[in-house]
Design a protein around this ligand. Structure first.
Ligand code: NAD
Ligand code: UFG
Length: 338
């Protein structure tokens, strides 16, 4: 199966490409390298022995997309490309709507022109807003509290209308919970540019000595120890979820929606503790006030994906922290510049 992977040089996309190659699929990567480095390609090759086709360009460039579709017989598209920082989206809403919403529409127009009818979209648990209860099921109400989340919700709504109008299409919305971890080789991982927004990369940069301490955003939530609780999922489990979605739903017309999470919640303090054990170093932290917009707890009910995609997460918190540490300690400054 030949799959166009937009954003395939990024964190989740690169791990998914490795898993696809190992499963005998052919990824064709399209990325503008806005938030990734070209050296990712050689890491994919080191891990799999295959250097996938790579097109450097933007999903908003229709002429470029038409060329990519014309040069490759593509069976399906996995659409990771987009901007993802919640705080930045509040400062730069135009960029987020342009990249995430407009970009997706241009991509789908090009798919239709090329006769490609199968799409998997990277959505997020952020579309559930502040859920009334946990675990979260796919039929829970959706809402958004910031431009990033709204862009994901808008794309979900656009794709729902598009699938309705073109019922022969297969569109799968995958709602990720909190992706963490790295390839177990230590050769591939998350490489945020600038100050990390997310918990795991921040913890690992403190552990490796790049940052002094972690700020824990609030310890007065109604949770097990007062700190925020999330459903952390190993990036390779998440990657495998895409393969399962392609295999089981990619050629079935319809709109398909799945949570990709483990069904377990861990608090910030539990993550710090697990990481300290995996790395064998203390992670310095200070409790500060809550981060605006954060919710107390969020974890998935992953039963639908298990039943219909025959997929479930298998990797543990110890795997997530140990693999993150292997990547961070052997690549303290992330991927090299070429
Ligand atoms: P990432 O930034 O590492 O990867 C995204 C890739 O897309 C980057 O390589 C970037 O250069 C590329 N890109 C961005 N805009 C582009 C454009 N206009 N044209 C071509 N390429 C473009 O992010 P990630 O963590 O791998 O996330 C992938 C997807 O999953 C995103 O859509 C994100 O919103 C979604 N998601 C991520 C998380 C998370 O916590 N990482 C959670 C839920 C959903
Ligand atoms: N946290 C800290 N200190 C930090 C960073 C995070 O205490 O420096 C805490 C947060 O308050 C939260 C938990 O760690 O309780 C997880 O925070 P992240 O920023 O790692 O993840 P979020 O759940 O806030 O958001 C992530 C993605 C969003 C996505 C959402 C739901 O960043 O893009 O998951 O999928 F929408």
């Amino acid at each position: 199966m030949r799959v166009l992977v937009t954003g395939g040089m990024g964190y989740i996309g690169s791990h998914t490409c490795v898993q696809m190659i190992e499963a005998g699929m052919t990824p064709i990567i399209l990325d503008n390298l806005y938030n990734s480095k070209k050296s990712v390609l050689s890491r994919i090759e080191m891990l799999t022995g295959v250097s996938p086709a790579f097109y450097e360009g933007d999903i908003r460039d229709r002429t470029f997309l038409d060329k990519v579709f014309a040069e490759n017989k593509i069976d399906a598209v996995i659409h990771f490309a987009g901007l993802k920082a919640v705080g930045e989206s509040v400062e730069k809403p135009l960029e987020y709507y342009d990249n995430n919403v407009h970009g997706t529409l241009v991509l789908v127009e090009a798919m239709r022109a090329a006769g490609v009818g199968s799409l998997i979209f990277s959505s997020s648990a952020t579309v559930y807003g502040d859920p009334a209860s946990v675990p979260i099921k796919e039929d829970f109400p959706t809402s958004a509290t910031n431009p990033y989340g709204r862009s994901k919700l808008m794309v979900e709504e656009c794709l729902t209308d598009i699938q309705h109008a073109y019922p022969e299409m297969s569109i799968t919305l995958l709602r990720y919970f909190n992706p963490v971890g790295s390839h177990q080789s230590g050769l591939m991982g998350e490489d945020p540019q600038g100050i990390p927004n997310n918990l795991m990369p921040f913890i690992s940069q403190v552990a490796v000595g790049r940052r002094e301490f972690l700020s824990v955003f609030g310890d007065d939530y109604p949770t097990v120890d007062g700190t925020g609780v999330r459903d952390y999922i190993h990036v390779l489990d998440l990657a495998d979820g895409h393969l399962a979605a392609l295999t089981h739903k990619g050629s079935e017309a319809g709109l398909h929606i799945y949570n990709l999470g483990t069904g377990n919640g861990f608090s910030v303090l539990q993550m710090i503790d697990a990481f300290s054990k995996a790395a064998g170093v203390e992670v310095a932290y200070q409790v500060v006030s809550r981060r605006p917009g954060d919710i107390a707890e969020c974890w998935a009910d992953p039963a639908k994906a298990k039943e219909e995609l025959h997929w479930q997460a298998t990797r543990t918190i110890d795997d997530m922290t140990a693999d993150t540490w292997r990547w961070q300690s052997s690549n303290p400054d992330g991927y090299p510049d070429l």
